[in-house]
Ligand binder design. Structure first.
Ligand code: GTP
Length: 382
């Protein structure tokens, strides 16, 4: 099955009480959301949320309650099994009875491990594609929750869409401004939307495309979502693969919060060598592993007419998508990292190392050496 044919999965996460179930209730009533399979995970002995969305069944959806316990840890195996089984369990005449899956996590879930299950479990991966991660953030308590709880920070960091809930309540302007700034700093790639009374337009969710922006109607810049900072004057002239410019310094603000998660944005003015960049990805992504929470990039690779779109979550790095043309005149490569305990200098140092080595020459040398060895062996056997 091609990626496009796989069943889209939307992950709805957010800290305890942030408004996930309320949003879900609003979503499933809307046209376009029929035939959703809703997986609800709750933390605690008795689940209630599935009751709260029970009317969703009347709107032509299926609701499944996942076992008590958090699906990022205690019930991870159950979750994987439930999801693997859904295409035949909820099917008629061999056809699934649903068009998409929405997973509501517990408020304490670490979404990165759920994303890992979605992308690394072979059976799941062959049938489903992660279409979007939506994180609810409480307008009033969100800022302090994010500072206090690592789970909340991870939920924000991996989101494609951040929904600020409870904006209808009397939120002080400075509280809201501070929260919005914090969200933008922590996840510069996510779209941020305000919601009132727990309602959100289904379109906002349905248009998400977590993995394959190439296939989507979303403009690339919106996907990467750093256009607001990318027009800043170029900064110092640190050279990496090419000319590298720090385009924003969100990490300074985040350091003030004294936590471990940072966002780093880089721009490369010149096209990058495919061999060097490929080596960097092959070696560094697994090496950073769990500490690389998110990597998104639009890359100008030497010799390619259009941009190359890359995307990774922790160890999982998706095959690069080669687009036929650039969306506008800006041909610079842009990379956004959201990291846990990896500082900007470390990333820069790795760029430097890969710039210094000449992988084209090394590859050529290796191939010539192998050919020579081959010829020798053939001569011996003759
Ligand atoms: N005024 C207002 N109240 C909201 C909004 N969203 C949620 N609430 C209220 O906030 C409370 C928590 O909402 P839920 O939707 O249950 O939050 P949740 O994230 O599912 O909570 P957990 O399952 O405990 O993690 C409920 O009392 C909701 O009615 C909103 O946008 N405006």
């Amino acid at each position: 099955m091609s990626l496009k044919e796989r069943i889209p999965v939307y992950l709805l996460t957010g800290f305890l009480g942030s408004g996930k179930t309320t949003l879900l209730n609003s979503l499933v009533k809307q046209p376009g959301m029929e035939r959703s399979l809703i997986l609800i995970n709750e933390f605690g002995e008795v689940g209630l949320d599935h009751l709260l969305v029970s009317h969703a069944k009347e709107d032509g959806n299926l609701v499944v309650e996942l076992g008590s316990g958090c699906l990022c840890c205690a019930t991870r195996g159950d979750f994987a099994k439930t999801l693997r089984d859904t295409p035949w369990r909820y099917a008629r005449d061999g056809q699934p009875l649903f068009d998409r899956v929405i997973i509501e996590t517990t408020g304490l879930a670490d979404p990165t491990s759920i994303i890992q299950t979605l992308m690394r479990d072979r059976t799941i991966h062959l049938q489903f594609r992660l279409q979007g991660v939506v994180t609810a953030v409480d307008a009033i308590n969100g800022a302090s929750t994010i500072i206090q709880h690592i789970e909340a920070r991870k939920q924000v960091s991996v989101a494609d869409l951040l929904l600020v809930t409870k904006a209808d309540l009397n939120v002080e302007k400075h509280t809201l401004d501070a929260l919005l700034q914090q969200l933008a700093e922590r996840n510069p790639t996510a779209d941020i939307q305000m919601t009132n009374n727990g309602t959100v337009a289904a379109n906002l969710i349905l248009q998400l495309d977590h993995i394959e922006p190439a296939d989507s109607s979303i403009p690339l810049k919106k996907w990467l979502n750093i256009s607001s900072v990318s027009s800043q004057p170029t900064g110092n002239n640190l050279k990496a693969f090419a000319q590298l410019n720090p385009i924003s310094e969100p990490q300074n603000d985040i350091n003030r919060h004294n936590d471990h998660i940072q966002a780093h944005c880089f721009i490369f003015d010149e096209p990058l060598s495919e061999a060097k960049f490929g080596m960097w990805v092959d070696i560094m992504v697994p090496l950073f592993g769990k500490n690389l929470l998110r990597l998104k990039g639009i890359i100008n690779i030497q010799g390619h007419a259009g941009p190359v779109v890359i995307h990774g979550v922790q160890h999982t790095y998706h095959p690069a998508a080669y687009l036929p043309e650039w969306p506008d005149d800006d041909r610079r490569s842009k990379l956004v990292f959201i990291t846990y305990d990896i500082d900007r200098q470390t990333l820069e140092r790795t760029f430097e190392v890969f710039k210094e080595r000449n992988y084209e020459t090394e590859a050529k040398f290796l191939s010539e050496a192998q050919n020579e060895e081959h010829s020798k062996q053939e001569a011996i056997s003759v």
